[in-house]
Design a binder for this molecule. Structure first.
Ligand code: BES
Ligand code: MN
Ligand code: MN
Length: 460
């Protein structure tokens, strides 16, 4: 192990250069015009794996963006770990809000941070594993345990094709546990392992009114304005107490226990501090729950975008013929995303007033995930991070989603060990995304320890 850590320490310049190579690839999975860039990033990962000494490396077709596979399975008697990550990234817009780094795909190191789209989510985090594994192979010609690598290219869009691929290739991907780094720390100095993620159901709503755009003076007052109707629908989805109004929405929600609430209280940040950080004068959400309880343990409703009509400079008196909005609900155990999807498709149109028609499209879903906190693999993850960072990671929940972890659990019966190195302040999905370079270096060290720690897990 010491030799491996020394190898890693001696290769930092190359690691940064290679990270920059993949960061320069504009693998925005949501943008059809950059599908070739997404594939190119996948090919970069495949080339890296082959060069590192992985076998059966392939760029696999999924129906959506491709996923990359590679394996090294010559450690009999040890567990098999599936390393997961995603090489796709979020769109970079609004580009004019990138201030520190004006070029999202031309990364830079500045002020102890690596700046660029996909640094924290998820290219640098993902590469910590690949660099650590490569180091084991280069130094010892072998890995401490059996490893399959599975890096996808469409996580940011819901992963439809990749989920199907996992379900259809259970033998190929069979493993004892999944290891990934795609989460963030509870606070900047506190190494953290996430053991629970919320699920999600994501929707698009299209609202249509008159058959053409109308002059709002000539026709105004005669008919329902579809954009006003959008306001009504959105306002109708959640009541003044922060609860989703759709009948049946909470039917499957498992209530937080008093013990869980007590656990949350131990790690809560005061609301006043949170308000200051976010620049708001109040927090808000479902009544009867603390902000952390709401974020970790309650379902949510959030509109992501609204469109239609005129929003250019100046003024235009128009009643647009159509508009729409996108929204999602985060889900908790034991809500089922497809069931919530069907429920909203049935119930949401009832909130629409006469004079408009609404079409609700359920775009994608992800099931909430809970990793048993007594898992020996989780303990191994804590040991590895403690060895690298000098501080024992806490186990916390997370309000965000990584839907494929639920598919791994269901299809492969494998828990996901989420040894993440990001910070909430990394601006993932936003302008000026960054990742602390210290966590990059120590994350690679943690990766070196991780596969050694996994190798010592003996299962019943
Ligand atoms: N890596 C994030 C999820 C995440 C962010 C976990 C911060 C922990 C801390 C992931 O790439 C992501 O953005 N997930 C999406 C899923 C969606 C597209 C289905 C999310 O949570 O919105
Ligand atoms: Mn991610
Ligand atoms: Mn993301």
């Amino acid at each position: 192990m010491r030799n491996v850590l020394e190898f890693v320490a001696g290769n930092q310049d190359r690691y940064l250069a290679q990270l920059f190579e993949i960061l320069r690839i504009q693998s925005v999975s949501a943008d059809p015009s950059r599908a070739g860039e997404v594939r190119r990033a996948g090919q970069w990962v495949a080339d890296f794996l082959a060069g590192a000494g992985f076998e059966h490396v392939a760029v696999m077709e999924t129906g959506g963006h491709p996923a990359v596979y590679g394996e090294w399975l010559h450690a009999p008697g040890t567990p098999t770990i599936l390393v997961y990550g995603h090489y796709d990234v979020q769109p970079e817009d609004p580009i004019d809000k990138w201030v520190i780094l004006k070029t999202p795909f031309e990364p830079e190191v500045k002020d102890g941070q690596i700046w660029g789209r996909g640094t924290s989510d998820d290219k640098a985090q993902c590469l910590t594993h690949l660099f650590a594994l490569e180091a084991w192979l280069k130094v010892h010609g072998r890995l401490p345990c059996n490893v399959k690598v599975f890096i996808e290219g469409e996580e940011e869009g819901g992963s439809g094709g990749t989920h199907d691929f996992v379900r259809a290739h259970k033998d190929l991907l069979a493993c004892d546990a999944v290891a990934l780094s795609d989460t963030s720390w509870f606070s900047p100095e506190q190494p953290t392992i996430v053991y629970s993620l919320r699920g999600i159901s994501y929707f698009q709503v299209d609202v249509k009114g008159p058959n053409r755009d109308l002059h709002s003076g000539v026709y105004g007052g005669m008919l329902r304005n579809p954009l006003n109707a959008i306001g009504l629908i959105i306002a109708g989805l959640q009541d003044a107490h922060g609860r989703v109004t759709i009948p049946g929405f909470y039917d499957d929600v498992v209530e937080l226990t008093d013990d869980e609430k007590a656990e949350f209280r131990k790690v809560s940040v005061p609301d006043a501090e949170r308000m200051k950080d976010l620049g708001v004068d109040a927090l808000w959400g479902e009544e009867g729950y603390t902000s952390l309880e709401r974020n970790w343990g309650r379902p949510s409703f959030d509109v992501h975008g609204i469109w239609g009509g005129f929003s250019g400079e100046g003024s235009k008196t128009v009643i647009a013929s159509e508009g729409g909005f996108k929204f999602s609900c985060r889900l908790v155990a034991a809500q089922d995303p497809d069931k919530i999807g069907a429920l909203l498709q049935k119930e949401l149109p009832k909130l629409a007033p006469p004079g408009v028609t609404v079409k609700v499209t359920y775009l994608h879903g992800g099931t909430p995930v809970m990793v048993p906190t007594d898992s020996a693999f989780l303990r191994a993850g804590q040991d590895a991070m403690e060895a690298a960072f000098g501080r024992r990671p806490v186990l916390v929940r997370e309000g965000a989603s990584i839907p494929i972890t639920a598919v791994f659990l269901e299809a492969l019966d494998a828990p996901s060990i989420m040894v993440g190195y990001g910070l909430d302040s990394d601006n993932i999905h936003g302008p000026d995304e960054h990742f602390p370079i210290r966590n990059f270096w120590k994350g690679i060290d943690a990766g070196v320890h991780l596969y050694e720690a996994f190798s010592r897990v003996r299962q019943a």
